[in-house]
Ligand binder design. Structure first.
Ligand code: XMP
Length: 525
């Protein structure tokens, strides 16, 4: 069992980054909502606790509180569990212990420079952090009076209290955000907390993650069976590879052709998982069922619901078939859910306004009665990619762009028909092939073609044409939450447009989407 640091989420947009930085320091970390009962946290036997920032003021009516018992936890050797409060995490910790937090007139936002006393201990929070280095502030309230037993260990020009520690207990707090890249030595500060203060070994790697998960999955599953919905995307593919390593033939993958896959996908996924991995793969071609259900539907959300519901029906039917063959119903459902997929439900704030329902998130309903195995719940996509490489998942899958569950249905504006699917598949394949051929695929976060519900006039040879328009969309992004349009070279775009209108009969015009997200979204529907 590796050391782990538990992060309590008070609702900060940066919480996931804290987990990330701690793992980069070689220490496994997991995020729990700040409302998690203390005995559950204690049962995880953390080597350290980090309290995240958050949007509230400690004076707000519904401000999340800190259970004082969390500051009294002990570790296996009897020593106190070290705690680091970040921004709101510091304020709630201080407020709870009798410190004074004041409402600021306006938010302090942006860069500041910390002064660290010359005699700062070399094994403390600021070890190897130069005096005057940049930190990133983003807070409204601030701490004006320390609770008993605390002392200031760093200040900035604007903030007399930038960091504090308790003189006896291993309790620390920072007003700035060490987890964001703008804090020059932020990684060092979190590493100091994890290694020097919590005493974690720093021996956690993706390889040790695989080893631990394989053992844990074997223990949990025993001689029972697991079902997994494979889409051919990074997350479900790497989950399948991990589960397969752990339990071999007790894993049964279901791959559904929903009729809105891209060109070649139906056969490629089967070749990879049946051929390369020799997995028990159940490929179900339900194209007709899906396309019949989608016939005439133009509303994007309705398309999503139809695809989501039809998928559940097809999946359930296939599970029945597998259960009959095995003589028992599989107990578990494995999913490649990632941290960004769960954050909304984990955070104490509850889900935010629905802009688009992403049906793969919790896509299969609880009524199916499976116990869930979600080995990547705490990880980010690039961490899952690293794990996929360790598990020999082919690079073409590991580095694949995200592809939405409702597939091409939300890239055909208007009704989905077999003819339109053929046009879009052909145009999309040309765009993607050219991106790969020109080493631009990995420079973009996601790229695809969209078929527009308009026809325009063109001329081919001596003839007038009146055909479809395709929009090309390529974006750069870190997590899909915000995105910028990719500045692909003009001659490259010209070449792709030329190939599409020459090779795809039925399309006579291509346009390039140059809007960012926000205000647009990545997909057009
Ligand atoms: P938007 O269009 O909201 O997309 O900017 C952000 C990311 O989410 C993907 N996306 C979906 N994924 N089901 C999914 O599984 C969906 O309904 C869905 N809608 C959008 C989109 O491709 C992008 O990566």
């Amino acid at each position: 069992m590796h050391d782990r640091i538990i992060i309590l989420d008070f609702g900060s947009q940066y919480t996931q980054l804290i987990a990330r930085r701690v793992r980069e320091a070689g220490v496994y970390s997991e995020i729990y909502p700040c409302t998690t009962p203390t005995d559950e946290i204690a049962a995880l036997q953390p080597q350290g606790l980090i309290l995240s920032g958050g949007p509230c003021s400690v004076y707000d009516d519904h401000a999340p509180r800190l259970d004082p018992a969390l500051l009294q936890l002990t570790r296996a050797d009897g020593s106190a569990v070290p705690v680091l409060g970040i921004c709101y995490g510091l304020q709630v910790m201080a407020h709870q212990q009798g410190g004074q937090v004041e409402r600021a007139e306006r938010r302090e936002f942006g860069r500041a420079h910390i002064s660290v006393p010359a005699d700062a201990p070399t094994d403390g929070l600021f070890a190897h952090v130069p005096d005057g280095s940049t930190v990133w502030m983003s807070h409204g309230d601030h701490l004006t009076e320390l609770p008993d037993g605390y002392t200031v260990i760093a200040r900035t020009d604007n903030a007399p209290v930038a960091a504090v520690r308790h003189t006896e207990a291993p309790h620390y707090g920072v007003q700035f955000h060490p987890e964001v890249v703008h804090t020059a030595y932020g990684t060092q500060i979190l590493e100091n907390f994890a290694h020097e203060i919590c005493g974690c070994a720093g021996d956690w790697t993706p390889a040790s993650f695989v080893e631990e998960k394989v053992d844990a999955i074997r223990d949990e599953v025993g001689d029972r069976h697991v079902i997994l919905g494979l889409s051919g995307g990074v997350d479900s593919s790497v989950a399948a590879a991990l589960l397969h390593r752990a339990i071999g033939d007790q894993l049964h993958c279901i791959f559904v052709n929903n009729g809105v896959l891209r060109k070649g996908e139906w056969t490629q996924v089967q070749e990879t998982f049946r051929g390369h991995f020799a997995m028990d793969l159940h490929a179900v071609d339900a194209t007709d069922t899906f396309l019949a259900a989608l016939a005439g539907v133009t509303d994007p959300e309705e398309k999503r619901h139809i695809i989501g519901n039809t998928f559940i029906d097809v999946f359930e039917e296939e599970t029945e078939r597998i259960a009959n063959a095995l003589g028992q119903r599989p107990t578990f459902l494995a999913q490649g859910t990632l941290y960004p997929d769960v954050i909304e439900s984990v955070s104490f704030k509850g889900p935010s306004v629905t802009i688009k329902t992403h049906h793969n998130v919790g896509g299969l309903p609880e009524e199916l009665g499976f116990a869930l195995i979600e080995p990547f719940r705490e990880l980010f996509k690039d961490e899952v990619r690293a794990i996929g490489r360790l598990l020999n998942v082919p690079e073409a899958i590991v580095s694949r762009h995200p592809f939405p569950g409702p597939g091409l249905a939300i890239r055909i504006l208007g009704a989905v028909t077999p003819e339109r699917l053929t046009l879009l598949r052909a145009a999309d394949a040309i765009f993607i092939d050219e991106l790969r051929a020109n080493d631009l695929y990995n420079e973009t976060w996601q790229a695809f073609a969209v078929l527009l519900p308009v026809q325009t006039v063109g001329v081919m040879g001596d003839e007038r044409t009146y055909e479809h328009v395709v929009a090309l969309r390529a974006v750069t992004s870190v997590d899909g939450m915000t995105a910028d349009w990719a500045q692909l070279p003009h001659d490259f775009l010209g070449h792709v447009a030329n190939r599409i209108v020459n090779e795809v009969r039925g399309i006579n015009r291509a346009v390039y989407d140059i809007t960012s997200k926000p205000p647009a979204t990545i997909e057009w529907e």
